[in-house]
Design a protein around this ligand. Structure first.
Ligand SMILES: C[S@@+](CC[C@H](N)C(=O)[O-])C[C@H]1O[C@@H](n2cnc3c(N)ncnc32)[C@H](O)[C@@H]1O
Length: 271
């Protein structure tokens, strides 16, 4: 299937009301395929730091529409397993990947993958911890730790509230505003808190990087989706008034809090 063709019936959330559906599936419906705050640039940094090679057994939490999965497969790991809780997203990802016995996508939750302990040398997940409550974040980090062998690497790419140390009430206000715009419970953390999450699970954080949270800025849209993809997205937004209202709402909140929103990636190692 050609990824640029819009098959609404195949997309996650296709049956949901545009006014209420989660922001990431709304953007997917409009043609967006890169659904993480730091864009493809930050994904490249994450993958470069994780240094995935032919000896690696990789588990990706929440592959979404399979964009990073494809980039991982290009690096020819020994094995790739995606664990995605939305059946339609898992099916979409499967369609993006070569049909080989060392590549699998399973429907499941990152908190409890049912994959064997010590079966991975690399675990990664993007834009998924931010939408999980603190206890689920902790379970997901613990599951990454369980899956990894000693020396294995865990990479995350998430939304951060910056700078570290801003008052809790202000962080709560930002998360409330984000949640009401994207219609998903947003629980972004400060970089310090992301670091603590991984350290408390037993990891040693070895690298951290930031990028602007420009998910809906024109330049980033072109970088992530290509010129044609960005134009198609713009056309889809123009012709769909309810979707346009949602996108403008999201942009307004991202703009209002632009000084306090950042994409962050962390790479940690299991000692
Ligand atoms: C914002 S999208 C990001 C998708 C993709 N990682 C990307 O960056 O483009 C969030 C994804 O996380 C998945 N997800 C959220 N929580 C999850 C969990 N606990 N286990 C598995 N998948 C999860 C959602 O189904 C969705 O596909």
């Amino acid at each position: 299937m050609n990824d640029s063709t819009v098959h609404l019936d195949r997309l996650p959330g296709e049956s949901l009301d545009v006014a209420k559906m989660p922001g990431h599936w709304l953007l997917a419906r409009l043609g967006k395929r890169v659904l993480r705050p730091g864009g493809l640039g930050m994904t490249q940094s994450l993958l470069t730091t994780l240094n995935i090679g032919t000896d690696d057994d990789v588990v990706e939490f929440a592959p979404g529409l399979g964009v990073t999965a494809r980039m991982i497969i290009d690096r020819k790991p020994r094995n790739y397993v995606g664990v995605e809780r939305e059946t339609k997203a898992a099916q979409w990802t499967v369609r993006q990947l070569p049909k080989r016995s060392n590549i699998a996508v399973v429907v499941g939750t990152a908190e409890r993958t049912n994959l064997p302990a010590g079966s991975a040398s690399v675990v990664l997940g993007e834009a998924m911890l931010s939408m999980n409550v603190q206890t689920h974040k902790e379970h997901i980090a613990a599951e990454a730790f369980r899956l990894l062998r000693t020396g294995g690497r865990y990479g995350i790419h998430e939304l951060a509230i910056v700078p570290s140390g801003i008052p809790r009430e202000h962080m709560d206000e930002i998360n409330r505003a984000l949640s009401s715009a994207i219609h998903v419970g947003a629980r972004a953390l400060s970089t310090q808190e992301w670091t603590a999450l991984l350290e408390n699970a037993g990891f040693r954080v070895i690298q951290t990087g930031h990028a602007p949270m420009h998910l809906l800025r024109p330049k980033r849209l072109i970088q992530d989706e290509g010129l044609l993809g960005a134009l198609r997205l713009a056309k889809n937004v123009l012709v769909d008034a309810p979707a346009r209202r949602r996108v403008l709402d999201m942009r307004r909140i991202f703009k209002r809090y632009r000084q306090n929103l950042s994409a962050v990636f962390l790479v940690a190692q299991k000692p």
